[in-house]
Design a protein around this ligand. Structure first.
Ligand SMILES: [Zn+2]
Length: 130
């Protein structure tokens, strides 16, 4: 699903199947430049949408919102992956009886759980406001 189409605004941006986000026929590109712009993370793509707004182009709010949700989801996914990895390391060390470095993994696991909890609470707060 695209973030924004020309039927609704001045920008056509969508997540490409190859894993990047594309601004298609970008009107911010140099006249002689390549008119497809690629972004390899949500933050850069979001910054680009805001550049379009700054230039006076119409970018619907829902495009910004969708991209923001995807960005937060990706952040959360990364934290969960790291949490699984830390948990896996703790289990491996417990199993093997070798506890070298285990304190670091416990510490990191606590930090990750706090970060994830913050995001969850933030999400709850934002949805309560709706
Ligand atoms: Zn663009």
């Amino acid at each position: 699903m695209s973030y924004c189409r020309f039927s609704d605004g001045d920008v056509y941006m969508y997540p490409h199947i190859d894993g990047y986000i594309e601004c298609c026929f970008c009107s911010l590109a140099q006249p002689d430049g390549y008119r497809l712009q690629h972004f390899h993370n949500h933050k850069d793509a979001l910054g680009h949408l805001l550049e379009h707004r700054k230039a006076g182009h119409h970018v619907p709010q829902y495009a910004i919102d969708r991209l923001t949700v995807d960005m937060k989801r990706a952040e959360l996914e990364n934290l969960l992956w790291e949490l699984c990895s830390a948990q896996g390391q703790i289990a491996k060390r417990n199993e093997s009886g070798l506890d070298w470095g285990i304190d670091n993994y416990y510490k990191r696991r606590e930090e990750l759980m706090d970060e994830i909890l913050d995001i969850a609470l933030d999400y709850r707060r934002n949805n309560d406001e709706l």
